[in-house]
Design a protein around this ligand. Structure first.
Ligand code: HEC
Ligand code: HEC
Ligand code: HEC
Ligand code: HEC
Length: 434
C-alpha cells in the first residue's frame, strides 16, 4: 500500500512538473474557479488590507456584494424562467445562449478540477484563465507583466477593460441580447464604464492614481462602446432581421400616445427622417461627440459625417444594407482609434469642467434623440461631477447634485420620457455651472 502511495506521489509530482512546463503555452491554460482565490491569505480576507495595492478581500466583496456572483443562480429566478419558457429553451441554466454571459461557459478541456459553472461571472471571466499564473503570482517580486504573459487579462488598461465589460454588457457575435430576448423579458443592455464601475462594489484600488482617472475612463468607455455598437450594426446587416430593433430608440415605439397638443414628439418634428420611422439609437454618440470636440476637434467632422450616414441608413428601414455596413465599419474604426488616443491622454480640471458644461448645454440636441441618449448624458454628467467634486468645488455643489438627481428621476419611467422637460432640466443645470 505504502509503495503504491509512493508511486502515486511520484506520478503526481511528475504530472505537476509537466503542467508547469506546459503552462507557458496558451492552449493549456485552464480556468480554476473563484474558489482558488478565496483563501483568507490570498483574496478571501474579510477586511481590506493596506500592504500594497491588492486589498486581499476581493473574493469576499465579490461573493457577498457583487451581482456577478449571482449571475448564474439568477437565471432561474422568475424572470429568467419565464424568458426561457417564451424562448422555448428547456432550462435557462443549461442553455448555452444564457450561459454565454451568466457564467464562464468555456470548453470542458479548459476547466480545471476546481472549476464550477454555478459560480456565475467569476474572477476569471474578467481576469482570464488562472492556471498558469495562480501559483507564481503569489511569489515575492512577481511582476504583473509576467502574469499577463501567462494568461492574465489586462484589466488595468481602460480600452481592454471596456472591451471586456462590453462582451456581456453590449454583446459579441457569439453573445447576444436582441429584441426577441428583450421582448421575452430580458433587461435591455446599456452601459457607461465609469458609472458601472462605481455601482460594482469595488474590490480594487486603481493602480493609476491620476485624480482625473474617472474622466478618462468615461471618455475611453464612450469610444469603445460606440465602436462595438457600430460593429454590431455591420454584423447585423449581413443577414437576418434588419434593422434589429435593439439598434433603434426603444421609446420611439414604446411610449404612451397622448392628445396631439400634448405630444412633445410631434412638436419636435422628425429631423433627418421620415415622420414615424424609429430612429437609430444615438445614445453611444451624444456624449462621445462632446468628448471628441474637446479632445480632438479635427476628428469631429469625419465622425459626424459618418454617424449621419449610419443614422440615415438604419432609420430609413429600406436602405442598402451593404452600404450601411461599410459606413458603420469605417466609423467604428475611427472610434477605435480615438479610444486609443483618449487612453493615452491626461485629463485635468479645466477639461472636466468644459465637458460638464458642453454636455449640459446640449440639452435640446440630446433630448431630441430620446430616452436612451438622455440616460447616457445623465450618467456621464454624474460621473464628471463626482470626479470634479472629489478634487475641488464647482460652485453650489448641493444644487448641482440635486439637478443631476432630477435628471435621473426623469428617466424612472422611460415610456413617459418627455424630451422638452428633460431639455429644460438640462438648461437649468447648465445655468448652475460656473
Ligand atoms: C450578451 C450577454 C447576455 C446574454 C446572452 C444573456 N444575458 Fe441575461 N443579463 C445580461 C446582463 C449584462 C444583465 C444585467 C443587465 C443590467 O442590469 O444592466 C442580465 C440580466 C439578466 C437577468 C436579471 C433580470 C432580473 O430582473 O432579474 C435575468 C433573469 C437574465 N439576464 C436572464 C437571462 C436568460 C434566461 C438568458 C438566456 C435566454 C440571458 N439572460 C442571456 C447579459 C446577458
Ligand atoms: C466583472 C469583472 C470582474 C470580476 C468578476 C472580478 N474582477 Fe477583479 N478587477 C476587475 C477590474 C475592472 C479591476 C481593476 C483593474 C485592475 O486593477 O486590474 C480589478 C482588479 C482586481 C485586483 C487588483 C489587480 C491589480 O491590478 O493590481 C485583484 C487582486 C482582483 N481584481 C481580484 C479579483 C478576484 C479574486 C475576483 C473573484 C473573486 C475578481 N477580481 C473578480 C474586474 C473584475
Ligand atoms: C461574462 C459576462 C460579464 C462581464 C465580462 C461583465 N459583466 Fe457585469 N454583469 C453580467 C451579468 C450577467 C449581470 C447581471 C447579474 C445578475 O443580476 O444576475 C451583470 C451585472 C452587472 C452590474 C449590476 C447592474 C445592476 O443592474 O445593478 C454592474 C454594475 C456590472 N455588471 C458592471 C460590470 C463591469 C464594470 C464590468 C467590466 C469591468 C462587467 N460588468 C463585466 C455579466 C458580465
Ligand atoms: C420598431 C419598434 C420597436 C422598437 C424600436 C423596439 N420595440 Fe420592443 N416591441 C415592439 C413590438 C411591436 C413588440 C411586441 C408587442 C406586443 O406583442 O404586444 C415589442 C415588445 C417589447 C417588449 C415586451 C412587451 C412588453 O410590453 O413588455 C419589451 C419589454 C420591449 N419590446 C422592449 C424594447 C426595448 C428595451 C427596446 C430598445 C432596445 C425596444 N423594445 C425597441 C416594437 C419595438
Amino acid at each position: 500500500m505504502k509503495q503504491v502511495a509512493g508511486i502515486k506521489l511520484l506520478l503526481g509530482a511528475l504530472l505537476a512538473g509537466r503542467c508547469l512546463v506546459a503552462a507557458d503555452s496558451a492552449e493549456s491554460w485552464k480556468y480554476t474557479g473563484p474558489g482558488s482565490c478565496s483563501s483568507p491569505t490570498c483574496h478571501g480576507g474579510v477586511q481590506p488590507r493596506d500592504l500594497n495595492t491588492v486589498l486581499q478581500n476581493e473574493y469576499s466583496t465579490w461573493v457577498v456584494r457583487d451581482k456577478h456572483s449571482h449571475a448564474f443562480t439568477n437565471l432561474t429566478n422568475p424572470v429568467g424562467t419565464r424568458i426561457a419558457k417564451i424562448m422555448g429553451l428547456p432550462s435557462p441554466d443549461t442553455a448555452p445562449r444564457c450561459l454565454a454571459c451568466h457564467a464562464l461557459d468555456v470548453p470542458a478541456d479548459q476547466r480545471a478540477r476546481t472549476f464550477d459553472l454555478t459560480d456565475g461571472v467569476g474572477c476569471e471571466n474578467c481576469h482570464g484563465p488562472a492556471s498558469a499564473w495562480l501559483g507564481p503570482h503569489t511569489t515575492r517580486g512577481w511582476k504583473y507583466e509576467k502574469s499577463l504573459e501567462l494568461g492574465l487579462y489586462d484589466t488595468r488598461d481602460l480600452v481592454k477593460r471596456s472591451e471586456k465589460c462590453l462582451t456581456c454588457h453590449l454583446g459579441t457575435p457569439e453573445k447576444m441580447v436582441d429584441h426577441e430576448l428583450i421582448a421575452a423579458g430580458h433587461p435591455d443592455l446599456y452601459f457607461e464604464l465609469d458609472s458601472f464601475m462605481s455601482v460594482m462594489p469595488p474590490h480594487w484600488k486603481e493602480v493609476d492614481t491620476d485624480p482625473w482617472f474617472a474622466v478618462r475612463a468615461m471618455a475611453v468607455g464612450q469610444a469603445v462602446q460606440l465602436r462595438e455598437q457600430l460593429r454590431r450594426v455591420a454584423r447585423e446587416s449581413q443577414g437576418g432581421i434588419w434593422p434589429e430593433y435593439t439598434e433603434l430608440d426603444c421609446f420611439a415605439c414604446h411610449h404612451n400616445l397622448t392628445a396631439a397638443k400634448d405630444s412633445w414628439r410631434q412638436e419636435r418634428g422628425y429631423p433627418g427622417r421620415r415622420p414615424g420611422n424609429p430612429p437609430f439609437n444615438l445614445s453611444r454618440y451624444v456624449v462621445f461627440k462632446h468628448v471628441i470636440q474637446d479632445a480632438d476637434p479635427s476628428a469631429v467632422r469625419d465622425l459626424e459625417a459618418g454617424i449621419k450616414l449610419v443614422y440615415a441608413g438604419v432609420t430609413a428601414l429600406n436602405s442598402d444594407r451593404r452600404q450601411v455596413a461599410e459606413e458603420a465599419t469605417s466609423v467604428s474604426e475611427l472610434a477605435g482609434n480615438l479610444a486609443k488616443r483618449l487612453n493615452g491622454m491626461k485629463f485635468d480640471q479645466p477639461q472636466t469642467l468644459r465637458l460638464l458644461k458642453s454636455i449640459a448645454a446640449d440639452g435640446d440636441g440630446i433630448a431630441e434623440q430620446g430616452e436612451r441618449a438622455a440616460e447616457q448624458a445623465t450618467m456621464a454628467l454624474d460621473s464628471l461631477f463626482i470626479a470634479y467634486a472629489k478634487n475641488g468645488k464647482l460652485g453650489d455643489d448641493a444644487e448641482i447634485r440635486a439637478g443631476i438627481n432630477g435628471l435621473f428621476q426623469q428617466l424612472d419611467d422611460p415610456s413617459l420620457f418627455n424630451g422638452f422637460k428633460f431639455a429644460a432640466a438640462m438648461k437649468n443645470l447648465s445655468s448652475l455651472l460656473p
